[in-house]
Design a protein around this ligand. Structure first.
Ligand code: FES
Length: 636
């Protein structure tokens, strides 16, 4: 056995020589970034070998391609490509930019007024003892009392409730609390009066992060919020690599389900600790997520989501008992779960939840709702109808496929300003730390600044001539690059740059989103000038500078006062469905109203996409504000 030490977390393991290092790290719950799911394609899982370097397997082809000679010289390896050597001790450092954690999460969401009408309610009753004169069954006495005292007719006592009834009556000396679901079924009985302890859980399962909201079902108040990385991340950073992992075997699918439930359980424990309540007093859970995440959470095969026409196994909302899941959830044993409905394979329950949240402010007038992520979902609401599409915007705005890209974590550059004269850079990081990379909102700012200062042209090409004016513009291994932060300013001992290749990736992402907007508007027969509101939701959205996004042409140019950035609206939608039966019904109605539009089948897609590859767009007249800005700058 080899003693393996991971630094700086100091996590240790006794491992059999030959064990894959990435697998070992996953087993220790170390979140090593592994965008390709360990397939040797992304190069994100690199680790520094401190001790035992010489005994490792030879460099793989992937390592020779993905690690620079300098990195190899310094001892970097790809953790997915190496095995634990046969040595007494093997020490590895996981660089901070590789170990995921401390996400800046959007868990506040919106507060939307809503009438409180949860499906689960508690009723306290005092049951008399059976006598010779009153020899009704315990069940009959309970049902009669609930009808008489609380007006609840036609109730049914569940098998689990029946099992709990005698001991609850005994322990509570006749006083019992019935937990009733949907005014129709007694799902559990507790001894004594526990009416004040009635909680529900709303969960937003994102590809990257999970947010949990603990809600007091008596008041509808949010009592605790917790969030964490989706523990499935080490098995693939995006939906596609996670589906590929799940399809390798039934065990893999189970593993993904198990780890996500474990992750939720940890958050439940954390939330309950904050509030001082017991997980057993959580009686209902409402879950949203993209269609793939919901399939994995429910243990449904995501196979058909991988191939056109990308059909989900289930589309309608699904109600089930928590105990039916193969891995237990930290809630009451008889708790009920509700998974919100989806629209299609790539427009999921999270999108329905976003629409549900925005429902109170819905008017007859057309509005666009963008939920930006690896897959950007766009909804055009117009009157009673809605049209939705999904565009593969890729992970570039979430920090992947960008040389120094990273998620919105502590140390990520989130804001960038460039002086048009000196081309000097002013940046701001999350948490005020020394930068270790740049996240999506920083990248959007940088692109807007590149465009407005002439560092990059409208076709996305960097202006290499500026190398004569500033050392920040220089030739790197991937062509021209611009230095955002010098190595002495960073925590990674190297400059943080945006390269020409990064711009190409971002250009494709923004082109996908913009062309999606344009084609959806065309399909819906709505002109850009008719849009009265543009809503930007999602983890990325909350920190996005709407002006920068507009300058680069991420979406049509509409007045900034009509752009609303709403953060995690999906989590808010899940909470609404938790505390309101009506909201749940509305979610089902919305899912029926929304028509899915397959962008790939639009004959104009390629043309629109090509036009959208320009910053902000091929025809500058469609972006009068940016046009004016560029003219002002060119005139000095
Ligand atoms: S290269 Fe190792 S996880 Fe992608």
């Amino acid at each position: 056995m080899t003693e393996v030490l991971f630094k700086p977390s100091a996590k240790r393991a006794q491992a059999v020589p030959g064990t894959n290092v990435l697998e070992l790290a996953r087993g220790l719950k170390l979140n090593i970034t592994s965008a390709c799911g360990g397939k040797g394609k992304c190069g994100k899982c690199k680790v520094l070998i401190e001790e035992g370097r010489e005994a490792l397997n030879a460099y793989t082809d992937a390592e020779l391609q993905l690690l620079s000679p300098q990195e190899r010289e310094r001892g970097y390896r790809l953790s997915c490509a190496i095995s634990v050597p046969d040595l007494p001790r093997f020490t590895i450092t996981v660089p901070s930019e590789v170990e995921a954690g401390m996400l800046r999460l959007q868990v506040e969401g919106l507060e939307v007024p809503l009438a409180l009408a949860p499906l689960v309610r508690k009723y306290v009753t005092t049951l008399s003892q059976a006598t010779m004169e009153d020899n009704r069954s315990d069940e009959d006495r309970l049902l009669d009392t609930l009808q008489r005292e609380h007006g609840l007719a036609n109730l049914a006592l569940s098998y689990e409730g029946a099992k709990q009834l005698p001991s609850a009556m005994e322990q509570g000396q006749g006083v019992i609390t019935s937990i009733i679901w949907e005014q129709s079924r007694i799902i559990a009985i507790e001894p004594g009066d526990t009416a004040s302890q009635c909680f529900g859980l709303a969960v937003d399962i994102g590809t990257t992060k999970i947010a949990c909201f603990l809600v007091d079902l008596n008041s509808g108040q949010l009592t605790a919020v917790s969030s964490s990385l989706n523990p499935q991340t080490p098995y693939g950073e995006d939906v596609v690599s996670r589906i590929a992992f799940a399809l390798e075997s039934q065990d893999n699918l189970s593993k993904l389900q198990e780890v996500v439930l474990e992750g939720i359980n940890q958050m439940v424990e954390e939330s309950c600790k904050q509030v001082g309540c017991r997980p057993e007093h959580i009686y209902e859970g409402c879950f949203v997520g993209n269609t793939c995440m919901m399939h994995l959470f429910l243990g449904l095969s995501p196979k058909h989501l991988a191939f056109s026409p990308y059909c989900p196994v289930v589309r309608k909302g699904l109600t089930l008992e928590a105990r039916r899941l193969p891995f237990s959830l930290r809630m009451h044993h008889n708790a009920m779960l509700y998974a919100l409905p989806a629209v299609a394979g790539f427009v999921g329950a999270d999108n329905i939840a976003v629409q549900l949240t925005m429902e109170p402010s819905r008017s007859e007038k057309p509005r666009l709702i963008l939920d930006i992520g690896t897959n950007t979902e766009i909804v055009l609401q117009n009157g009673d109808s809605a049209l939705a599409c999904s565009c593969a915007s890729g992970p570039a705005f979430e920090g992947m496929q960008v040389k120094h890209g990273m998620k919105a974590e502590a140390g990520a550059i989130e804001k960038v300003e460039i002086d048009p004269t000196s081309l000097e850079v002013d940046f701001q990081t999350i948490g005020g730390r020394k930068p270790i990379g740049i996240c999506g909102s920083g990248v959007v700012d940088a692109l807007a600044q590149f465009l407005s200062t002439g560092i990059m042209g409208r076709n996305g090409r960097m202006n290499g001539e500026l190398a004569q004016r500033t050392p920040r513009m220089r030739k790197g291994t991937q062509g021209w690059e611009f230095v955002i932060a010098w190595d002495e300013e960073t925590a990674i001992d190297s400059d943080i740059v945006i390269t020409q290749e990064d711009i190409s990736e971002l250009q494709k992402a923004k082109a996908a989103i913009h062309s999606g907007c344009v084609l959806l508007l065309k399909q819906g027969g709505v002109g850009e000038e008719d849009i009265t509101e543009l809503v930007v939701a999602g983890a990325f959205g909350q920190y996005l500078n709407p002006e920068s996004a507009r300058i680069i042409g991420m979406y049509p140019e509409i007045p900034l006062e009509q752009v609303q950035v709403v953060g995690n609206a999906a989590g808010t939608g899940a909470r609404m469905a938790l505390v309101s039966k009506e909201a749940r019904q509305r979610a089902e109605e919305i899912s029926h109203q929304v028509r899915y539009y397959e962008l790939g089948a639009d004959p104009d897609f390629m043309r629109e996409y090509a036009n959208s590859m320009f910053f902000p767009y091929a025809n500058l007249d469609k972006f009068p504000q940016t046009k004016k800005l560029l003219e002002e700058i060119s005139h000095g």
